[in-house]
Design a protein around this ligand. Structure first.
Ligand code: KG4
Ligand code: ZN
Length: 357
């Protein structure tokens, strides 16, 4: 452990459609490892949701342009909010993600690093979705590992066995669409806006509150297969066919949209919870860790918490604002790598759009 009272990290995230900058301060570093305290000095995100709304998904060249336009004002706001602290370390997402978008954040970080002579920690976006759950000291981490992590976002659906911080094994992932992508595509079919996840959740809640029982049973793809892979594109197609076969008068009604939203959420959540539970049993997991934008879904959070209790294991899930893309998760991951001395010179930092955990 290096002698230093505190560490101030500038964290940058531009892998998809949110331009994010956060400034974190970690205190009590001079004490033995495990007693540090995290302060979030600022956490700024500029969402491009409106820009991409008319495409029903992220359009990479547009996203890159928006990152270029936003990154300096977002940095300025983050620095002001944090009262212009002296920065000691830069953490930046280098992958996985959209390559043109990743380069905006990475080159910005490289330029700052070169000018201010600051070390950089390259961050894996998937690991960041997991490590944002570890905002408390390491002394509290006993009995957490092995953990089973489910990372569910617009670009990824992965089940990961975590032996400790920094040690992961990918045990399953989606073979086609990600869970968030399925929410987004179904929302588009139903005429709801982008991003689709929160819209589907809202509609599904209304359906439930109507106290109608649902009659439309959608498929649960791969739920009984003895592997940890997922497939969500068939589910989206099932909704599309049902929608196309339903007369316009009915399919455009609120009742139909709410029912379909409810059904698709049920199907996605059931598959995610069931596969995670099986992984916990096989790998003797002590903790279920959730992360990624879809983890903001209340139904998924509730069902996963229930399952964890049933399996007698811990359950970690970030606050909703730390489930969707943010730079706090990047700063936290940068911190854990810094603790292990894994810092780099700006010349060695490159983008890897297909980076694996
Ligand atoms: O992690 P994230 O912000 O970006 C990626 O790395 O992809 O995840 C965005 C995804 C979108 O597909 C969005 O529809 C989904 O997360 N999402 C949700 C909810 N909030 C965001 N899905 C279901 N329910 C939600 N409440
Ligand atoms: Zn993400």
């Amino acid at each position: 452990m290096r002698k230093k009272e505190s560490l101030t990290i500038l964290a940058i995230e531009t892998s998809c459609d949110d331009t994010c900058v956060a400034i974190l301060r970690i205190r009590n570093l001079e004490l033995e490892i495990g007693n540090w305290k995290l302060e979030i000095l600022s956490n700024i995100a500029s969402s491009q949701a409106k820009v991409h709304a008319k495409y029903g998904g992220v359009y990479p060249t547009l996203a890159k342009r928006e990152h270029q336009r936003n990154i300096v004002p977002v940095l300025e706001t983050a620095l002001k909010k944090a009262r212009n602290p002296e920065i000691n370390l830069i953490a930046v997402t280098v992958g996985p993600g959209l390559e043109p978008c990743l380069w905006v954040g990475v080159n910005f970080a490289r330029a700052i690093s070169r000018e201010l002579k600051l070390p950089i920690v390259p961050v894996n976006h998937i690991e960041a979705h997991i490590l944002v759950n570890f905002q408390f000291p390491i002394s509290n981490f006993q009995n957490i590992f092995p953990a089973i992590c489910l990372v569910v976002s617009g670009g990824h659906t992965q089940l990961i066995l975590m032996k400790e911080i920094g040690k992961y094994k990918l045990i399953g992932e989606t073979r086609d669409d990600a869970a968030g992508e399925c929410f987004d595509k179904v929302a588009r079919i139903l005429g709801l806006k982008y991003p689709g996840g929160p819209e589907i959740e809202k509609m599904a809640k209304k359906f439930k509150s109507q106290k109608f029982t649902s009659s439309q049973k959608l498929p649960r793809p791969m739920i009984h297969q003895k592997n940890y892979d997922f497939s969500f594109s068939g589910l989206k197609t099932a909704v599309l066919y049902h929608y196309q076969e339903t007369p316009p008068k009915i399919r455009n009604s609120k009742r139909y949209i709410q029912k379909m939203a409810f059904e698709v959420q049920e199907a996605i959540v059931e598959v995610l919870v069931s596969k995670t539970a099986r992984a916990v049993k096989e790998y003797k997991g002590k903790t279920i860790i959730l992360g990624g934008g879809v983890a903001a879904n209340q139904k998924l959070r509730r069902e996963m918490r229930k399952k964890a209790k049933e399996l007698n294991c811990n359950f970690l899930v970030p606050k909703a604002k730390f489930c969707v893309d943010n730079a706090v998760m990047v700063g936290m991951t940068g911190f854990f790598h810094w603790l292990r001395g894994e810092v780099k010179d700006w010349k060695k930092i490159k983008v890897n759009a297909n980076l694996k955990i």
